[in-house]
Design a protein around this ligand. Structure first.
Ligand code: PGA
Length: 258
């Protein structure tokens, strides 16, 4: 099974020049280290406006191993009067393979509801984009012992439009991102994350009702020091925010996760 290391650049960097520089440093490192990366997929999720110019840097296809492109969000409708939104097909047409759905910043800052997230997840699956579905509890929810309940509810509601008999749910990647750990420098303790992982493995199996297993990532204040801990406790990869903007640090995270 492949390991996934995902970079979520969020609303950074501020110029295309910087975005290209960051992207190229990772792409060039991957090219030089392809032998190490046979079982690892590196996915870069830049802001929408950089997807097209960065996709051009991946052409021509002179070698197999390269970063894959992911979007940070998508809209569920095919086309039409949705000012400011980006359709699944627009992403597909640029060669985007992955898309983050339901990130906690979208849930909390932009008030995305479970229903909206379910529609986005369905749109991604229908259009053969691999969704990275983010779920996670707030600090208050963790302190009151509601973590598992919240995660199960988030999973159930995100999947409400996707019946396993109609859709292949295997491409859905789950990212466990405790809200209190995102961008705070306060990562979840690996042993606590492991407990959640065990719960999620069990729960996704029940949802999925297939023999295959979902890939489950950890995200929230990942850095080069702690990356390995999450892989060791059994996560299939990492979703990295802040630390993915520093190419040296991001490369160290990849190396330490191999
Ligand atoms: P962080 O962000 O690594 O900066 O905590 C992770 C994320 O939001 O995906």
């Amino acid at each position: 099974m492949k390991k996934l290391i995902v970079a979520n650049w969020k609303m950074n960097p501020q110029s295309l020049l910087e975005a290209k520089k960051l992207f190229l440093s990772i792409k060039n490192w991957i090219k030089k280290n392809s032998a190490l990366l046979k079982k690892t997929e590196i996915i870069i999720c830049p802001p929408f406006v950089y997807l097209e110019p960065l996709s051009k840097l991946l052409k021509p296809k002179t070698y197999n191993l390269k970063p894959k492109l992911g979007a940070q969000d998508l809209f569920w409708a095919k086309m039409g009067a949705f000012t400011g939104e980006i359709s699944p097909m627009m992403l597909k047409n640029l060669g985007v393979e992955y898309v983050i759905v339901g990130h906690s910043e979208r849930r909390h800052i932009f008030k995305e509801t479970d229903e909206m997230i379910a529609k986005k997840l369905e749109a991604a699956i229908k259009n053969k984009l691999k969704p990275i579905l983010c779920i996670g509890e707030t600090e208050k929810e963790r302190k009151s012992g509601k973590t598992f309940k919240i995660l199960k509810n988030q999973l159930n509601s995100a999947m409400q439009n996707l019946k396993p008999t109609t859709y292949n749910l295997k491409p859905i990647i789950i990212a466990y991102e405790p809200v209190w750990a995102i961008g705070t420098g306060n990562p979840c303790k690996p042993e606590d994350a492991k407990e959640v992982l065990t719960f999620l493995r069990k729960t996704t199996k029940q949802l999925n009702n297939l023999t295959t297993q979902q890939l489950i990532l950890y995200g929230g204040s990942v850095n080069s020091q702690n990356a390995k801990d999450y892989i060791e406790v059994g996560f299939d990869g990492l979703l990295v925010g802040g630390a993915s903007l520093n190419p040296k640090e991001f490369i160290k995270i990849i190396k330490n996760s191999l």
